[in-house]
Design a protein. Sequence first.
Length: 150
Amino acid sequence: MQPRLLKHFMNVWPPFAASGIHVAHLADDWSVARVTLRLRRWNRNYVGTHFGGNLFKMCDPFWMLLAMERLGHDYIVWDKAGEIEFVAPGRETVHAEFVFDDALRAEAVAATEGGDKFLRWYENDITTADGTVIARVRKQLYIRRKRRDR
């Protein structure tokens, strides 16, 4: 699937759309994704700030998605673990950026050359427009080259 088409699909996908999550950018080479989450009456928690589940949801698929697309069909990529640390209350639109650049791709390719699995934590911050960190998210990916038929 082309990045533009997937971006459109994700922006109308009910779990994202209903939560106020918007994929703002998905690079043509799958190296970068940017996501925003607007604070609305229906997605606030009891104290009027961003619901933690939505903060994690806005980040959940992107490390795996970028890794899968950047590595290609010769690799298996799965989410293994995830965690979030809440740093400050979010009372406005927040943003997250994911960058799976050439160095990260090369690291995964080198680590899996012999057919070994590769477990690595990828991290990103969720911030406000002025750069205030609201939360830190970590996702651990399982990456392995597919076994060739013998």
